[in-house]
Design a protein around this ligand. Structure first.
Ligand code: FE2
Length: 362
């Protein structure tokens, strides 16, 4: 198959330095303080700082913006790829049942391709250039050392560089309601994913199109991010629970996962709390929010969110029943551990008191 030769919707230049300009020290400060950050016009060097004001600003591309033109070119190549038979494949989810048996289930409405697949990379020059630059440029842009602001509570992370240290996936959601249930991008060893970056490529997103990213920082205010053109959302893969709401319009994005050298170190994965954990639930919640060990109890702290999003995403698809049953078995285990159940009950009460209304970044 010949590689894509254009035309692209608008002329643009590849400006890889723009990525590092877009991720300002203030954005790194947010990432280290909250576990996530949102960067508008990532390809163009960053938009106005600050978060949504609750109005629908729309997402029509600016005619003069190089970042928008570049984003539209990437989208064009993904659309072209998805028109070819057998290139994009259904998204498949790894799933382990309570017996530890592993399965792969296809998710309805979502197709994707991995840029590590040479047969894909050979076809799309702009996506290939993006993929190659991503081997170092994301680790540079999100270097935690950029953040020099003092603060006592900070998420710690490190990022690796090199061909094997990042993955780039293209994704098309066909708008028939495809979504992702509540999960972590890094569920535990042997994954090395440290940072998830999602670049949205949707020039005409409006309220009602869905496909938003719901971030659920542990026992903190949940945040919804709308998937508008040129926006990049970055979050720590092992510490930020999230889901994607059903998409009612075709939705395109690129996901970049950057590995880290210290991710899933044994001493950080297990739940190890001091005897004082019950006496200081706000402090325990704060510690868990900064720690990948929250994954041990997150299903118990967010049981309804897990189940509702599973039912929503799998609908009648193969594997849906098994996933919901597995979730119920997982929750039932809590009954066998009264001290842990007491702690989880206290965290759930605390969560209801502090999380407040979902914030929307438009
Ligand atoms: Fe995810």
């Amino acid at each position: 198959m010949e590689e894509f030769g254009g035309p692209y919707p608008r002329p643009f230049t590849r400006d890889f330095d723009a990525w590092s300009r877009a991720v300002t020290p203030a954005r790194i400060d947010e990432l280290r303080r909250d576990g996530f950050t949102v960067v508008d016009d990532f390809l163009g060097g960053g938009g106005a700082d600050g978060e949504g004001d609750g109005t629908d600003a729309g997402s029509s591309p600016s005619p003069s913006n190089n970042g928008d033109a570049w984003a539209l070119a990437l989208r064009e190549e993904i659309e072209w790829l998805s028109s070819k038979d057998g290139v994009m494949r259904p998204n498949r989810t790894h799933f382990a049942n309570p017996k530890g048996e592993r399965f792969l289930f296809a998710k309805p409405g979502i197709a994707e391709a991995d840029m590590h697949d040479d047969s894909v990379a050979a076809l799309v020059p702009e996506l290939r250039a993006f993929f190659e630059a991503a081997s170092t440029a994301f680790a540079d842009a999100f270097d935690p050392a950029k953040d020099t602001s003092p603060s006592s509570d900070k998420y710690a992370y490190e990022l690796s560089k090199g061909h094997g240290a990042r993955t780039v996936k293209l994704q098309v959601n066909d708008g028939t309601g495809g979504c992702f249930p509540t999960h972590y991008d890094n569920p535990g060893p042997p994954s090395k994913r440290a940072l998830t970056c999602i670049l949205y490529l949707n020039p005409h997103w409006v309220d009602g199109h869905g496909g938003e990213l719901d971030l659920m920082p542990f026992c903190a205010t949940p945040v919804r991010v709308v998937p508008k053109l040129g926006r990049l959302v970055a979050f720590l893969s092992d510490r930020v629970m999230h889901r994607v709401t059903p998409a009612r319009a075709t939705r395109h994005c690129l996901t970049v996962w950057v590995d880290g050298p210290c991710v899933n170190a044994p001493e950080t994965c297990g739940l190890s709390l001091p005897p004082s954990a019950m006496a200081d639930i706000p402090g325990t919640a704060r510690c868990l929010r900064m720690s990948p060990s929250q994954r041990v109890i997150s299903r118990w702290c967010y049981p309804d969110e897990y189940e509702a999003s599973l039912l929503e995403c799998m609908r009648d698809a193969e594997g849906g029943d098994e996933m919901v049953t597995s979730h119920s078995v997982h929750l039932a285990k809590l009954r066998d551990n009264p001290p842990l159940r007491k702690l989880v009950d206290a965290l759930r009460t605390h969560r209801r008191e502090v999380e407040g209304k979902q914030k929307v970044i438009r």
